[in-house]
Design a protein around this ligand. Structure first.
Ligand code: B16
Ligand code: MG
Length: 220
């Protein structure tokens, strides 16, 4: 068993629910382009970078565009999304997240963020979560998107803990794969159907504690 010395958290879907703001902003864009974008379609965008999300959206709408136009649309969507997250506050922290972050501190476990979002700082600041982190790695620091392990390897490096002592908390399949590729254990936040590759799956951080984690991972 490798001792747990750092916990690395995805942001959207693990600590806060920004997926609905992403959804509204992408749906508005799809409407302008003349097609429907459903909540079911939105599942495909979770954990995926902004540029890759736009490509999926355009594929759903059967639209082909040049790079310049795509950059303009991605910016347009982001401007709308930023308007929504500007109004966020601590009431939008997901159940159990704050208590578990505090518990990690009490056990001297390092805490790092590993998010694809380029808006992570705004969200962390608006919800008051920033002080709970020893390191913040987001889409402004990375060159490769999950399932590439880069974001989590940079997080581990920033808190100076070896991957075998890190545990990743993720709501996206690509994020679980990124954790495995980084040589880290993972906890899937959501349903076992999509996150079956994780070492442990729980519905939310409310069902997790440092002791429970140590017990579950005793043999891994
Ligand atoms: P932005 P995470 C991801 O955040 C979201 O899940 C994904 O839907 C979004 O496209 C991506 O961030 C990029 O976000 O447009 O704000 O840079 O789950 O990795 O915390
Ligand atoms: Mg996520």
């Amino acid at each position: 068993m490798s001792e747990i010395k750092a916990c690395l958290f995805d942001l959207d879907g693990v600590l806060v629910d920004t997926a609905r703001y992403h959804y509204i902003a992408w749906r508005e864009l799809a409407e302008e382009l003349g097609f429907d974008f459903t909540e079911h379609d939105n599942e495909r965008l979770k954990g995926v970078s902004r540029a890759a999300s736009l490509n999926i959206l355009l594929e759903i709408g059967g639209i082909t565009l040049g790079e310049e136009e795509k950059a303009r649309l991605a910016e347009q969507k982001n401007n709308r999304y930023v308007e929504y997250i500007a109004k966020m506050d601590s009431s939008e922290i997901l159940p159990g997240a704050l208590d578990f972050l505090k518990e990690c501190r009490e056990h001297s476990i390092k805490v790092a963020l590993g998010s694809a979002s380029k808006n992570a700082m705004t969200i962390l600041n608006n919800t008051g979560l920033t002080p709970y982190f020893d390191a913040i790695i987001d889409g402004t620091h990375t060159s490769a998107a999950k399932p590439d392990p880069e974001v989590f390897l940079l997080g581990a490096q920033a808190v100076n803990i070896a991957p075998e002592h890190c545990v990743v908390f993720e709501d996206a399949e690509a994020g679980i794969l990124a954790a495995t590729r980084a040589g880290m254990r993972s906890v899937g936040i959501g349903s076992p159907e999509t996150l079956g590759a994780a070492n442990l799956v729980v519905p939310s951080l409310q069902q997790i504690s440092v002791d429970a984690l140590r017990e579950s991972f005793a043999a891994i």
